[in-house]
Ligand binder design. Structure first.
Ligand SMILES: [Zn+2]
Length: 269
């Protein structure tokens, strides 16, 4: 299923029907809409370290976290480096990345502790939320093409199983907005990396046109979830392209480095 759109007082965000139906987690995917940051960070910039006005970022967290029902003072922010580290987050790290310095780099965060919100960032890259309602554990994953090709999603699922007794066939997953196959034009390096790791399973998501390729990153991330054992009926996908919809999202490809970022956030109740 696709994600549900919420609009409250100018704030626009998305949630996963699968996660909403469970009730065990608060979560959301942010957009540019509903914050107070000034251009080029207008308006809902949730990246505290990209430049932009610090008080505005804090106000944006207050608004977004308030809307989705998450404690802004305890958020734990990923420190993304396009690798495959999956960090086991414990309460000692509450607030890191927003209120305190991070002492880690990690593109994926997992936890089984309540009220310990996990946050990952995107401006074209894939952001994915995971939840096993029976084992009561969550994950937030940043999967750009490098992380995708390196199998970060499968690794995150395996870590949820190993650390918390999750089982892939119970895990619910929500794939947020990312750059779509309409806009993700690449050279041969991206298809090659995907094919090296996924084999023939990558082919349906790679379209060749002349010297260029068009890559379906959300489709590839979904394929990794299936490979990890997540059931197809347990995966929601946004389907929106961050590069087409710059009214709603930041896109690295469209606007470069001077920009804010949208997030995916999840917290056990
Ligand atoms: Zn597009």
């Amino acid at each position: 299923m696709s994600l549900t759109t919420h609009e409250e007082n100018g704030l626009v965000y998305f949630t996963s029907p699968l996660l909403d139906a469970c009730g065990g987690v608060a979560h959301g995917f942010s957009t540019r809409k509903g914050g107070v940051s000034k251009p080029p960070y207008n308006t809902m910039n949730l990246a505290p370290n990209r430049g932009g006005d610090r008080p505005a970022v804090e106000e944006n967290y207050r608004r977004f976290c308030g809307a989705v029902g998450i404690d802004m003072h305890r958020v734990v922010l990923a420190n993304q480096v396009h690798q495959t580290t999956v960090l086991q987050v414990t309460r000692e790290r509450a607030g890191m990345g927003l209120w305190r310095e991070r002492d880690y780099t990690a593109d994926a965060l997992v936890t089984n502790e309540q009220n310990l919100p996990l946050v990952v960032f995107s401006a074209d890259c894939g952001i994915i939320l995971l939840y096993d309602p029976a084992a009561n554990c969550t994950g937030a994953v940043h999967a750009g093409w490098r992380g995708c090709a390196a199998g970060i999603l499968e690794k995150a699922v395996r870590e949820l199983e190993r650390l918390y007794g999750a089982r892939a066939e119970r895990i619910l997953a929500a794939i947020g907005p990312c750059i779509g196959p309409c806009c993700f034009e690449t050279d041969g390096d991206v298809p090659q990396a995907m094919t090296e790791s996924l084999g023939a399973d990558a082919a349906p998501y790679l379209e060749n046109r002349g010297a260029k390729w068009y890559v379906d990153l959300a489709g590839l991330n979904r394929q990794w979830l299936l490979r990890a054992g997540v059931r197809p009926e347990h995966i929601d996908v946004s389907g929106l392209c961050t590069c087409c919809r710059t009214d709603l999202f930041w896109s690295y490809r469209k606007v470069g480095g001077q920009r804010g970022a949208q997030v995916a956030m999840i917290s056990l109740r």
